[in-house]
Design a protein around this ligand. Structure first.
Ligand SMILES: [Zn+2]
Length: 189
C-alpha cells in the first residue's frame, strides 16, 4: 500500500476533528479561526491537494459543514442522525465511481480531493454513515469531562468509552481522587 493511503484520515475521523474545532473546554471556543488552520487540518490528515485549494471564503463554509456534522451527534434519535447525514450527502456528494486503489476496488462518492472543501462534506458524512451502518449510532458520544463536550466515536469492545481523550479522562480521575481524599480526611476528624 502506498504511504499516502496509510496517512489519510477516514471520513469519520475527519468529521470528529472538524466538529471538535469548536471546543467548549477552551475559553476561546473557536479553533477554526482562519484559512491557514483549515489548510493545516487538511494537510495533517493527508490531504495536501485539498489544502492547496482552500481560499478565505472556505472558513465560513467549513463552520457550516461543522454544524451539519454536529447534528448527527446531537440528534434525538438514530433515524434523525441518519436523515441529517443523508441530506448532507445528497447536497454535496457525486454519483458513485468505482476506482482502483493499490489494494482493491472501491466506490468514491465525493469530488476529487483537488476541489478542496467540496470533497470534505460528503467524505466526512459518508464516513459517519459507515460507522452507523457497521456499529450503530450508539457509538457516537460526547465527552463526560465537563466543561469539555468534544465528540468521539466509541471503538471500545465493551462500549465503555466516556471521554474524548486521555487528557480529559485523567483530569476527571484526578478530580474524583481529590474529592475522595477531602471526604476521607473529614471523616477521620
Ligand atoms: Zn474531553
Amino acid at each position: 500500500m502506498p504511504l499516502t493511503e496509510l496517512e489519510q484520515a477516514t471520513g469519520a475521523e475527519m468529521a470528529v476533528t472538524l466538529i471538535n474545532s469548536w471546543d467548549e473546554y477552551d475559553a476561546d471556543h473557536e479553533h477554526l479561526r482562519d484559512a491557514d488552520v483549515l489548510r493545516r487540518w487538511l494537510r495533517g490528515n493527508g490531504f495536501s491537494r485539498a489544502a492547496d485549494a482552500i481560499s478565505d471564503g472556505d472558513v465560513e463554509r467549513a463552520r457550516e459543514l461543522r454544524s451539519r456534522l454536529t447534528a448527527a451527534f446531537d440528534a434525538p434519535t438514530q433515524a434523525e442522525a441518519v436523515e441529517a447525514l443523508n441530506a448532507l450527502v445528497a447536497d454535496s456528494g457525486t454519483p458513485p465511481r468505482l476506482e482502483r486503489s493499490a489494494r482493491s476496488w472501491g466506490f468514491r462518492s465525493w469530488p476529487d480531493e483537488g476541489e478542496g472543501l467540496a470533497f470534505v462534506a460528503p467524505y466526512a458524512a459518508l464516513g459517519l454513515l459507515e460507522v452507523i451502518r457497521d456499529d450503530g449510532w450508539e457509538r457516537f458520544g460526547r465527552c463526560a469531562g465537563s466543561p469539555c463536550r468534544c465528540v468521539y466515536i466509541d471503538r471500545s469492545r465493551n462500549r465503555s468509552r466516556r471521554f474524548c481523550c486521555e487528557l480529559c479522562a485523567d483530569r476527571v480521575a484526578q478530580a474524583h481522587y481529590r474529592r475522595r481524599q477531602r471526604h476521607g480526611s473529614r471523616a477521620r476528624n
